[in-house]
Structure formats: structure tokens, C-alpha cells
Design a protein around this ligand. Structure first.
Ligand code: KG4
Ligand code: ZN
Length: 336
């Protein structure tokens, strides 16, 4: 089954064609990062307008690259939410139009379920049940993936998502948007023990997260240094901040996996591209005798291949939308 999928929930205009949920035929991404960079973050109205401008070209590129026409497509999938409402509407409207014109099913997909499904594209051996740490710009969750479309949310963030904390700290350090990869790179030459930043909610059996205290501690440290005229290395701040984030993510994930007796652990979302996190989680999983899975960096950040992968499993359970499908900016996981 060949599914053409569209992702437009934030600042990536993406179209992919995926076969049977596991095989990428084409994966086209137009990133708007260069456009939003000068504003220090995504401007929703500008994102929507650029989706309208670029989507027809990205779509043509995908069909050209695959050597296909719309007649070769068996179903159309689209991110229904969560995300920026104006941005989501562009993808939803396009998918509806194509499904109607080609008279093929329309499959609505949850963005975070898509991030989790990105793991299926490169790990044919990965099947549920497994534990997934979802860490993106908008979400931080520990999810028990009981089956392809059945989830238990074990933990969530009370405040900032992990990626959001990365982006805010990066901005104060003077790094361009998006800050996650910049901090990851700076941390490599920094001392992770230079500053002792807080690890929130670290008590046993608490699967939730909180990153706003950590973010404030970093900002206060930088401001205090500036006020006293003391020099500091950005690399040391980056490395100490990253160590605090990773310590919490790894400890909670491993604790959860042990409690549930899960020996397969996956990671998903933009922050799972973080090299420090990958290394630390791999070492912890290895010690615990668990298998660790994560997608290539290009499939960690927003893309449409992950939506095409998830759509295949949604379709098996009869999740098909009518032409009255509405985008839902705050769609809950398991409800697409
Ligand atoms: O999954 P994603 O592309 O979009 C959302 O659904 O939010 O994630 C984007 C987030 C941004 O906050 C970005 O700074 C972060 O992922 N990110 C990283 C890295 N690459 C992207 N954070 C830490 N280290 C990275 N290497
Ligand atoms: Zn995302």
C-alpha cells in the first residue's frame, strides 16, 4: 500500500510516499528555518503562508522523485494535529483535495504518533510493545507503545518541552534558532561539571518532567556572571545544561522500562537527534540489557515519511476521515 503523506504542523513543508508503513519511496522536506531564523523562532502566520507557497512544489518533487502520478497512490495521509492551526490547515486542505480528486481514502495522523512511527522506517525488527521517549520542540513524553495504535502516556512535562528549553537557553547564549543542534555541538568542547544545574522531579516512580526550573537556573547563572563582570565559557554552560537534561531523560526512561519489564526502548522527536543523549541512552540501555532504537537525524525532526508510516497502521484499524476533517491544534495522542 503506497501512502502519500503531508506534514505541515510547524515550519517544515514535507511530502513523502511510504510503502506498507516501513519503506520510504521518497521523503521531501522544505525547511523554513532560514526564513524564521531572523525572528529567533517560528512565526505562525509566516509559516502558514510559506506552506501555501511551497507545498505544490514539494508535492511535485515527491511525485517526480518517485516516478509516480497521483493514480499510483493508494491513500493520502496528513498531520491533523497537534501543531500551529494555520500551518496544519494548509496540509489538511491539500490532502482532502487530493483524496477527493483521486477518490482514495484520507487518513488523519497524530503528529507525535508519527514521530514514534519514524522508528519503523529504519528498524524492520522493531514491533510493539516498547517504551518510547518522545522529546521534541513541543512535547516531552514517556509513552508505553502497547500496540501500533494503542498508547499509555506514562509521563509528560509540567511546563517546557525539552526542545523548548534547548531553544530558550540557546537564545540567551546567542546561538541562532533552532538552538538544540548548536548546544549539542558546543557541549562537545565544554565541561559538563562546570555548573551544577538542577534535575527536577527526580524522585523515584515520578515519570513526569519539568524543565522550566533548569532553564531559569541557566539564565540566572548567565545574568549573575554578566552583572559581576565574570567571564564564562558558553561551551561549559551548554555542556552542563545538556548533562542535566540528559541525566533526567535517561534516568526516567530506564526506570520506567525496568518497572514495566520492557526490553525495547525507542526515542523520537527532534531532541532524539542529540548526540549526547544518544550516547548516554545507548550506554544505559546496554547496561540494562535493553535494545535501543532511534531514527536517523533527518527522521527525528519533522518529516512526512513518519506520517506515512503511522498512517499505514492507522488505516489497518479503520481510521479514515471524511472531507469534513478538521485540523486540531491540541489533538491528544491516541485520538487522531
Ligand atoms: O520534532 P521537531 O522537529 O519539532 C516538533 O515537533 O517540535 O523538534 C524540534 C526541536 C527543536 O527544539 C530543536 O532545537 C530540537 O528539536 N533539536 C535538538 C537537536 N536537533 C533538533 N535538540 C537537541 N539536540 C539536537 N541535536
Ligand atoms: Zn515534531
Amino acid at each position: 500500500m503506497k501512502i502519500l503523506a503531508i506534514e505541515s504542523s510547524c515550519d517544515e513543508t514535507a511530502v513523502a510516499i511510504v510503502e506498507d508503513g516501513r519503506h520510504i519511496i521518497t521523503n521531501q522536506i522544505y525547511s523554513q528555518i532560514a526564513i524564521h531564523k531572523k525572528f529567533g523562532g517560528v512565526v505562525p502566520e509566516i509559516a502558514s503562508r510559506n506552506h501555501v507557497d511551497k507545498l505544490p512544489f514539494v508535492l511535485d518533487n515527491a511525485l517526480d522523485d518517485a516516478g509516480m502520478t497521483l493514480a499510483d497512490i493508494d491513500a493520502f495521509a496528513v498531520t491533523r494535529g497537534p501543531g500551529l492551526i494555520g500551518a496544519l490547515l494548509v496540509g489538511v486542505s491539500a490532502a482532502k483535495a487530493m483524496a477527493y480528486a483521486a477518490d482514495k481514502p484520507l487518513i488523519p495522523v497524530h503528529h507525535i504518533e508519527g514521530h514514534i512511527a519514524a522508528n519503523y522506517l529504519e528498524h524492520p525488527e522493531l514491533t510493539p510493545p516498547f517504551l518510547c521517549l518522545v522529546v521534541s520542540g513541543g512535547h516531552t513524553n514517556l509513552v508505553h507503545v502497547k500496540d501500533y495504535t494503542q498508547y499509555d502516556i506514562l509521563g509528560s512535562t509540567y511546563d517546557d518541552a525539552a526542545g523548548e528549553a534547548y531553544d530558550k537557553v540557546a537564545r540567551v547564549l546567542g546561538f541562532p534558532y533552532p538552538g538544540g543542534p548548536q548546544i549539542d555541538a558546543a557541549a562537545k568542547t565544554g565541561n559538563p561539571d562546570a555548573f551544577d544545574f538542577p534535575r527536577a522531579l527526580s524522585e523515584k516512580d515520578n515519570d513526569d518532567f519539568s524543565f522550566s526550573g533548569l532553564k531559569s537556573a541557566v539564565l540566572n547563572t548567565i545574568n549573575a556572571k554578566k552583572m559581576k563582570g565574570e567571564a564564562y565559557r558558553k561551551e561549559d554552560i551548554a555542556a552542563s545544561f545538556q548533562r542535566a537534561v540528559i541525566d533526567v531523560l535517561v534516568e526516567k526512561t530506564m526506570h520506567c522500562a525496568k518497572r514495566l519489564g520492557l526490553t525495547k526502548i525507542a526515542m523520537a522527536g527532534g531532541v532524539s537527534a542529540n548526540e549526547g543523549l544518544r550516547r548516554a541512552m545507548a550506554s544505559a540501555a546496554d547496561k540494562a540489557g535493553a535494545a535501543l532504537y532511534y531514527p536517523s537525524p533527518i527522521l527525528c525532526t519533522d518529516n512526512a515519511a513518519m506520517i506515512g508510516a503511522m498512517a499505514f497502521y492507522d488505516y489497518q484499524t479503520g481510521k479514515i476521515a471524511g472531507l469534513d476533517l478538521a485540523a486540531d491544534p491540541s489533538l491528544a495522542i491516541g485520538e487522531s
